[in-house]
Design a protein around this ligand. Structure first.
Ligand code: 6PG
Length: 241
């Protein structure tokens, strides 16, 4: 089921509302909100909204812990860094403790970045093998990729580790990345796919109609074991549903 909004702005408001509500529920149920953000242009509207009233005031920032579902291997002050994007638009404007921001170290080479991120995840896991995220935010590429799980990358899709390194060319963005794998994503309590724009229409339809397999459309690998998947799209992206 896809919730459809007329444009990117109303989609962003719905996403911000859901983000706040999942955060409040998580904190009231177990004292913390463990969330992973994504990159790409789609969540920018939601990030901007969460940085200001009314949403910013409704968020339990002191109990919010932030990771990223994928990161490009660039320095943290690079415009292409997913950390940089969310920090600039959102995190620097709100009272989240700096120690609750767990960025993947894009300035390292791939093996070191993976090892460091695994370490951070383990610390956030509170004694569990790997953390169970309250929310993992994901985008959808026009090729059906999500996070940095790209079509044809069987090794990443079937990895037995929660984070892996990949290399993929997409829209001229940095090719070297690290990403959560389905193993970790599918432990989440909630996954939120945000999809915007007409160039996503074919991929969204294929994923919703389950016409293809996860190797061709990696978003199909997202099937939480005991969690909820929310699909929010704007009308342009939903045009072929
Ligand atoms: C990244 C992502 C990626 C993104 C999609 C959609 O780092 O590039 O996390 O998976 O979410 O490519 O990107 P858009 O929102 O720009 O279409």
């Amino acid at each position: 089921m896809v919730e459809i909004y007329s444009n990117h702005e109303s989609l962003s408001h719905a996403a911000a509302k859901l983000f706040v509500s999942l955060a409040q529920t998580a904190v009231s149920q177990h004292g913390r909100f463990l969330a992973a953000l994504s990159g790409g242009g789609t969540p920018e509207g939601m990030y901007r909204l969460l940085a200001r009233p009314p949403y910013a005031q409704q968020m339990p920032w002191q109990h919010t812990e932030i990771f990223w579902s994928d990161e490009r291997l660039v320095s943290p002050d690079d415009e292409e860094s997913n950390y940089h994007q969310a920090y600039t638009l959102l995190l620097q404007h709100v009272p989240i403790p700096q120690t609750n921001i767990y960025r993947a170290k894009g300035e390292l080479d791939a093996p070191d970045a993976v090892a460091d991120y695994l370490n951070l995840l383990q610390r956030a896991g509170n004694g569990q093998t790997w953390p169970r995220f309250d929310l993992i935010l994901l985008g959808l590429g026009s090729d059906g990729h999500t996070a940095s799980l790209f079509p044809g990358d069987t090794a990443a899709l079937e990895a037995k580790t929660p984070v892996t390194a990949v290399s993929a060319d997409y829209n001229g963005r940095p090719a070297k990345r690290i990403t959560f794998t389905p193993l970790l994503i599918n432990r989440a309590r909630h996954v939120l796919f945000l999809v915007s724009g007409e160039n996503k229409a074919a991929a969204l339809a294929a994923v919703q109609q389950k016409e293809e397999n996860p190797i061709r459309r990696p978003a199909l690998a997202v099937q939480p074991n005991a969690g909820v998947v929310h699909w929010l799209a704007d009308a342009a992206a939903a045009a072929r549903l």
